[in-house]
Design a protein around this ligand. Structure first.
Ligand code: PMV
Length: 331
């Protein structure tokens, strides 16, 4: 088989990854935990073809150049090394969500790419091997090979062979768990996570405190997921996200991803909580706010967040499955 297609869900971190101990291999300073988001996915077809003079990467119908294309090419090179081939490939991807919406697409993209490319190259890799390859494309991608709740174990080894996304619980463990994704209308000009986290490690005086306190957050989230205790998970996730943003803001030059609408959604979530709803917020390298809650209250919370000025839409996502091969090719 020279052509294969994979679908992978995106994920949202409940304990964040922010900072690398190895820039080239993409090894994190701290372990981190995410949940796969059902319905937010990337579908990618890879075909190795003798007739191609060079690799090409098409995303949402547009041929990519520069940094995006370079990252795909580097992943293809790793797979060519493993399979002993030198054929060039055509890679075409579609996201189930608009790229411009500011919902991270790098994680689902990385996982779909490594699964499709390795299958197209005739390789049968384990989940761990796939996760390591996805990690080298995009750190958070290491968490999108497996479904459900996943911990990217930071690992100790210099070669990165023990740094990968390990499933804690699959998507059937806690089907009532929900993530709401609010999309705000204004445009932010975020600095890319790759450059931002490097600056934070180098300059934030709070980075040390981040690392010293992350183990407690990991323990609370692991325990909360195990016991299906949404308060435990939500409180730890919100605290951890605010701490990451404190690190970002105390970076030189400052990295501020929040817009006025971001803060408005955060206060709305706090208000809902004070009125008895179980909901907590988390944010990544952008202005969108994601909300942790349960299915039983998701509809009511979504309705309230849609009324916040500046919010254009709110998506609802259950725990999603891991990356899968499919016969329905993009081309
Ligand atoms: O792997 P990247 O470069 O997409 O970085 C992800 C960084 C955060 O989204 C802010 C946190 C995380 O753990 O997903």
């Amino acid at each position: 088989m020279m052509k294969a297609t994979a679908v992978a869900n995106s994920n949202i971190a409940l304990v964040k990854y922010w900072g690398k101990r190895d820039e080239k291999l993409i090894l994190p300073w701290n372990s981190n935990i995410s949940v796969a988001l059902d319905g937010l996915f990337t579908k990618t077809t890879v075909e190795f073809d003798r007739a191609l003079p060079k690799d090409m990467f098409i995303l949402g119908g547009v041929e990519q150049e520069g940094e995006e294309a370079q990252r795909v090419l580097e992943t293809l090179d790793l797979i060519r090394q493993m399979s002993g081939s030198n054929l060039k490939a055509k890679v075409q991807s579609l996201n189930s969500f608009p790229t411009a919406a500011g919902l991270a697409s790098s994680a689902s993209g990385a996982a779909a790419l490594v699964l499709a490319a390795s299958a197209a190259a005739g390789l049968k890799l384990s989940k761990k091997e796939l996760s390591i390859l996805a990690r080298r494309n995009s750190g958070s991608g290491s968490r999108s090979v497996e479904g459900g709740f996943v911990e990217w174990i930071k690992g100790e080894k210099a070669d990165g062979s023990d740094s990968y996304g390990k499933q804690l619980f699959d998507e059937k463990h806690w089907p009532e768990f929900r993530i709401l994704t609010t999309i705000v209308t204004s445009k932010a000009k975020p600095i890319k996570s790759r450059a931002g986290m490097k600056q934070s490690v180098a300059t934030s005086p709070l980075y040390k405190g981040w690392l010293e306190s992350v183990e407690a957050d990991l323990q609370a989230v692991r325990e909360g997921i195990k016991k299906k205790d949404v308060t435990k998970v939500g409180e730890a996730a919100e605290h951890n996200a605010l701490k990451m943003h404190a690190v970002m803001m105390s970076t030189k030059p400052a990295i501020i991803y929040w817009l006025p609408e971001t803060i408005a959604v955060m206060s709305a979530v706090k208000g809902l909580r004070e009125s008895g709803k179980k909901c907590w917020f988390t944010m990544d390298a952008g202005p969108q706010v994601k909300v942790v809650c349960l299915e039983s209250e998701a509809q009511a919370i979504k309705g309230a967040l849609e009324k916040v000025p500046g919010v254009s839409s709110v998506g609802t996502h259950a725990p999603g499955r891991g990356a899968k091969l499919t016969e329905e090719h993009v081309f």
